[in-house]
Design a protein around this ligand. Structure first.
Ligand SMILES: O=C(O)CCC(=O)C(=O)O
Ligand SMILES: [Fe+2]
Length: 351
């Protein structure tokens, strides 16, 4: 086997506490080269590349129609949220029309490797899995997309204090979603966003966050929030403080965010490497990722109270992610995703 890049040479023990990341295929692929998805994903397994499954010469691979889970792919950049009512309506519509076949698109051209261009984000060279305490969830060199996780970076008293403050002090909004463009005749049974949200920026930045036709005016990060930001930045070894943070509150398992990528112009995350650092607090929820070109290749990680999780490199260019609804979850979960605004909007004078 070819020598591993130096950063992949971590001792195996460091990964023993890995949660059960699952990489699985959603359709019959027996006609394709076999790919192994180990339950744990130690760095030694990195030479695995998902693109081992080549698209056929006609450029499109169509698989069976029996898999029902992919009908909600959001081709737009922003989140297409799922409420119970929306799901019900979607099910009803689905019954009437022919199932849409799942399509694997051609693999996009290879992005620059980490050796060619070091991974940029937060003033450090990633991916975060290079650092002690971090484990790998996704390592896709071809698509230059990486997801790293750090479990239990903070003690439970600190986490409880942060949870309390966030619940009590953030002004959580649950706005009404406008109808989708070109679908104005379609009336949403539950037009409310299926979660609550808040958008925070450093005082020097006044950028609004706009997605799915919704606009979130900026809230200046108060001192107590900057404290959390700095603790998280330290735990990631960042040299640059993120200048913005999107906060989501999922009151129960019914709250969710559906397949989307964070490709808004503010972050330019499809044009250059972009680091997103997320902190989860409260209930454990599933976090799923799948390449835009291959709906069959899914990565699932369970995010627990106190977990730090990243999306790095060109993850927003090549992958979508979601937090699906989970019926059995009754406790709330807060998720904070820190980002770097690199293209400030017209109203904002910069960062
Ligand atoms: O809640 C999460 O873990 C993900 C949130 C997310 O995708 C977002 O804020 O864009
Ligand atoms: Fe997101």
């Amino acid at each position: 086997m070819a020598a591993l890049p130096p950063y992949l040479g971590f001792p195996q023990e460091q990964f023993l506490s890995c949660p059960p990341y699952q990489h699985f295929q959603l359709a019959q692929t027996s006609h394709l080269p076999q790919v192994f998805f180990p339950p744990l994903f130690p760095p030694q397994a990195f030479p695995f590349q998902p693109q081992a499954q080549q698209a056929p010469a006609n450029g499109l691979a169509t698989f069976g129609l029996e898999v029902q889970v992919q009908d909600d792919t959001d081709e737009s950049s922003s989140g297409e949220e799922e409420t119970e009512a929306v799901q019900k309506r979607r099910r009803k519509r689905r019954r009437k029309r022919k199932p849409r076949p799942l399509r694997k698109k051609p693999l996009p051209p290879a992005e620059a490797t980490l050796e060619e261009v070091p991974l940029d984000g937060g003033g450090i060279s990633g991916p975060l899995v290079l650092r002690i305490g971090w484990s790998c969830v996704l390592h896709d060199v071809h698509r230059r997309s990486f997801v790293s996780i750090r479990k239990k970076a903070f003690n439970s008293d600190v986490l409880a204090r942060w949870r309390q403050r966030l619940m009590a002090k953030l002004v959580w909004c649950k706005p009404e979603r406008p109808p989708k463009e070109g679908k104005s005749q379609e009336v949403l049974e539950d037009p409310l966003l299926p979660r609550s949200a808040a958008w925070l920026t450093l005082p020097s930045c006044r950028c609004e966050y706009e997605y799915a036709g919704l606009r979130f005016p900026p809230v200046n990060m108060p001192a107590w929030f900057l404290e959390i930001t700095d603790e998280v930045s330290r735990a990631c070894g960042l040299k640059e403080r993120p200048n913005s943070c999107n906060a989501n509150l999922y009151q129960t398992g019914a709250d969710n965010v559906s397949w989307h990528c964070d490709d808004e112009p503010l972050f330019d995350a499809t044009g250059r490497d972009a680091l997103i650092v997320s902190l989860s607090l409260g209930a454990t929820r599933s976090f799923q990722l799948r390449p835009k070109d291959d709906p069959f290749e899914e990565t699932l990680v369970l995010l627990e109270d106190g977990d730090l999780c990243t999306m790095e490199g060109l993850c927003q260019k090549h992958y979508r992610h979601r937090v699906p609804p989970e019926e059995d979850v009754v406790e709330p979960r807060i998720n904070l995703t820190w980002r770097w605004i690199v293209q400030h909007d017209d109203v904002c004078t910069g960062g």
